[in-house]
Design a protein around this ligand. Structure first.
Ligand code: PHE
Length: 448
């Protein structure tokens, strides 16, 4: 069977940016900025994107396109071609398995955003104060029926697009939702400039205060740069495998990195401009989006409508990421001869078990004997994937491309136009990226 490919490099950029731009940008990034002292975190994060994120992004796309197959088979092919062990296919396995685990809790959080979209549009928060919205959120976390309906809703919509295939499903989803998302975000930025406290927001995000810098800030910025670019779990690799041969990997990677970073920064500026306008706190943690922000929106003219648009944007961003989390496994089953629809069904059945466990772990399973190393199933899956599996995948990818893959093969895919730029990338992929990610990994495991 002939594999489908994106029709142009723009479609690849939109799809890969769709994968990268997600809850990580709009939910996690803004609260991490708040928790880690504002500008210090933003600056380190930008440095990490350039020094670690972009080089690995290039490496993942390169492996996918060279292998022209699902990540497991692509890694096998590329390893054999460089006379290396077939065991490097383990990177593909790691990513495909991580897909099940990430999708299960990602769909749950996406479900919250979906539910909030409806709540804000229907003006249910009218006149609500912080304790009221906090209790609304707490009630949602105790309501399994509602969370399961919303979480499965997201999962099923994603699976429907995946089943439609690369052109009709993935490409169309990205082609429609990404421009809409960017338009909505720019609209929100204009609203934030007119109605919010934009100057306080800009000062908070960009006034560099060296005293706020410490090793925790650096390590969390590095860890996050990884998650936000969808690296380490072969999502970008599988998208790279659908990339047409004659397109430039370097340019596409730059475009994806730029879009992901710009969208995270604009989302942060919008959120803080609205939060500060109400004299609220920056360090609200994970509750920033679901507890603080709705109250802040309610104080502004047409706040419920604008807030509804904001949560719709979050839902779109989550959807285009969710499909990319699922695709590596489905692509493998398709390579093995299974139909796309059946492969999608298999994913759905297995993932459902984890998704239900994740949901229940937020309430009736939140205590012993349902804890794993003291964490709820939801937190344990988040920790295992984001803090261990993704960085591990990333290090292995950097080591493979930096040290194992033959230079001639790399050059054949990258077709570097500027030799100096290529050599700089080589240094980053061989040394800086793996060593930094190993430092993060050891820190996560509390070794350093
Ligand atoms: N990059 C996505 C986000 O920022 C999350 C993601 C991680 C998607 C890994 C695919 C693979 O939300």
């Amino acid at each position: 069977m002939i594999r489908e490919h994106w029709k142009s490099s723009i479609i690849f950029v939109l799809a890969a940016a769709g994968s990268a731009v997600g809850l990580g940008n709009i939910w996690k990034f803004p609260y991490m900025v708040g928790e880690n002292g504002g500008s210090a975190f933003v600056l380190v994060y930008l440095a990490c994107i350039v020094a670690v994120g972009l080089p690995i992004l290039v490496a993942e796309i390169l492996l996918g396109r060279r292998g022209d197959a699902s990540p497991i088979l692509a890694m096998q092919k590329v390893a054999l071609e460089s006379r290396a062990s077939k065991a490097w296919a383990g990177i593909g396995w790691l990513g495909s398995i991580a897909g099940f685990l990430i999708a299960s809790f990602y769909a749950v959080v996406a479900g919250w955003a979906g539910k909030y979209t409806v709540t804000l549009f229907s003006n249910e928060f009218e006149g609500a104060d912080v304790p009221q919205v906090e209790s609304y959120f707490a009630t949602l976390l105790g309501d399994n029926t509602s969370m399961l309906i919303w979480g499965f809703g997201f999962l099923l919509v994603s699976l429907a697009f995946i089943a439609l295939g690369v052109h009709r499903g993935l490409a169309n989803l990205a082609r429609i939702l990404m421009p809409l998302l960017i338009l909505m975000l720019l609209g929100l930025l204009v609203y934030a400039v007119i109605q919010g406290n934009i100057s306080a927001s800009l000062h908070f995000m960009f006034d560099f205060k060296p005293e706020d810098l410490n090793s925790d800030v650096i390590l969390s910025a590095l860890g996050h740069s990884f998650f936000t670019l969808s690296l380490g779990m072969c999502a970008i690799m599988v998208y790279g495998s659908y990339m047409p041969k004659n397109t430039s990997i370097g340019k596409a990677a730059l475009a994806v990195g730029f879009l992901d970073t710009a969208i995270a920064i604009i989302a942060g500026v919008v959120i803080y401009s609205i939060v500060f306008d109400n004299g609220m706190q920056a360090s609200a943690g994970p509750g920033l989006l679901f507890q603080t922000l709705p109250v802040a929106f309610e104080q502004l003219p047409n706040g419920h409508l604008v807030g509804g648009i904001f949560f719709l944007l979050v839902s779109f961003a989550a959807l285009t990421s969710l499909v990319s989390i699922i695709e590596p496994f489905v692509a493998y089953m398709v390579d093995k001869g299974m139909s796309r629809i059946l492969a999608t069904g298999v994913f759905c059945v297995i993932c459902s078990v984890f998704a239900v466990a994740c949901t229940l772990s937020l309430n009736i399973w939140s205590a012993e004997p349902y804890l794993i190393a003291g964490l709820s199933i939801f937190d344990a899956l988040d920790y295992l994937t984001v803090n261990i599996m993704l960085p591990l995948g990333g290090v292995l990818i950097a080591i493979f491309v930096g040290w194992v893959m033959k230079d001639t093969k790399i050059r054949r895919e990258l077709k570097p136009q500027y030799e100096a730029l290529y050599l700089v990338w080589r240094v980053f992929i061989r040394w800086i990226a793996p060593l930094s990610v190993i430092a993060v990994l050891l820190n996560q495991l509390s070794v350093i």
